[in-house]
Design a protein around this ligand. Structure first.
Ligand code: PBG
Length: 345
């Protein structure tokens, strides 16, 4: 007896109870799919708060090691390391120096948690150059693609030697994946994996990160990062990185680029990751601090939407908090035989 006022098709049946909703959920967050970006500041004696990213710090080497243990205990999949050096120069010498902060931190991380977490390193020059660009400059002050590739190759060897398990190429130079893969293979680092930040857009959402790494950048990165207007070009970058040998590809930022992410996930033969960047983090924190949104629900929804669009794993400054919450939610589930509502606390 179906009529306009009594439909026979009722999707709401599958939304009726928490248990039914849980069973039919198409997308699940899991601690192993989350990667925590971390900042380590050379010479710091105390962790330094990042004002534009409440709750995120520049670590000292000691606080870094404590945080790594917490991250491993939370069960996340990996950590992505960024160094904040004391000294910068035109060619980013600190990036290739085995005693440079990122390489020192990488060694410490691999020794502390290298079996439990995948230790990943940002392979880009912007933290180490006094001009703040991701590559070296030519005589006219333009970012010199091919000269930068030579430095990336050296940086890759320094990072692989420090034990990095996944080199994360975020510089957006043409040919960077092939150049680095070749340098690694020639030096006997055939087992060191490469992540291509394939579709990395020139985004205002990186704003708070500039404070996090004390970037000296004047101007912008539009001559090498993608134009936010371009979807097809994002796919082209993904295809190039895969053809050059990327083991994993990334789309970045995440939430404003879910179309690019979905396109990539539909065709990529390699894992597809997304980076929920600093501005995405800070917007949620700022709105929640004002009482304008429910913080935890917004965090979960943001990460779920990124997974739903096709990310296999997500870099997020919320990674450890969410992993811990996912674990405690599972362990607090209603034991068999108790009625709903009388949950063990
Ligand atoms: C470049 C790099 C950036 C981010 C990660 N790697 C900054 C940029 O490209 O301007 C941004 C990450 C974030 O905003 O959380 N090494």
């Amino acid at each position: 007896m179906s009529d306009l006022l009594h439909p026979t098709v009722r999707p709401r049946r599958l939304r009726a109870t928490p248990a039914m909703r849980r069973l039919v959920a198409e997308t699940r967050l899991h601690p192993a799919d989350l990667i925590l970006p971390m900042f380590i500041r050379e010479g710091a004696s105390e962790p330094v708060q990042i004002n534009s990213m409440p709750g995120v710090v520049q670590h000292t080497l000691e606080s870094f090691e404590r945080a790594l243990v917490g991250a491993a205990e939370a069960g996340i999949g990996g950590v992505m390391l960024f160094g904040v050096p004391e000294e910068k120069d035109a060619v980013g010498s600190g990036a290739v120096d085995p005693k440079g902060i990122l390489n020192v931190a990488t060694r410490a991380a691999v020794a502390a948690v290298g079996d439990a977490l995948v230790v990943q390193t940002d392979l880009c020059l912007d933290e180490f150059t006094d001009h703040g660009h991701c590559g070296v400059l030519d005589a006219d002050g333009a970012v010199d693609n091919d000269a930068s590739l030579l430095v990336y190759r050296e940086m890759a060897l320094a990072q692989a030697d420090a034990g990095s398990q996944l080199l994360s190429l975020s510089g957006m130079m043409d040919g960077q994946v092939a150049a680095v893969r070749n340098a690694l293979d020639e030096a006997g680092y055939g087992n060191t994996a490469v992540l291509g930040y394939a579709a990395k857009y020139a985004s205002a959402f990186y704003g708070p990160f500039r404070e996090a790494v004390q970037s000296s950048l004047v101007g912008d990165r539009r001559s090498y990062q993608l134009d936010p207007a371009n979807r097809r070009e994002g796919l082209r970058e993904v295809e190039l990185d895969i053809s050059e040998g990327a083991d994993i590809v990334m789309v970045k930022p995440a939430m404003s680029y879910l179309d690019v992410l979905a396109d990539t996930a539909a065709t990529s033969p390699v894992p597809v990751w997304a980076y929920q960047v600093s501005g995405e983090y800070s917007m949620i924190e700022a709105a929640a601090a004002n009482g304008w949104i429910d913080r935890e629900r917004t965090i979960d929804e943001s990460l779920t939407s990124i997974k739903r669009a096709g990310a296999d794993a997500i870099l997020s400054y919320f990674a450890v908090e969410v992993a811990e919450r996912l674990r405690s939610q599972e362990s607090l589930r209603t034991p068999v035989g108790r009625s709903a509502g009388r949950r063990a606390k």
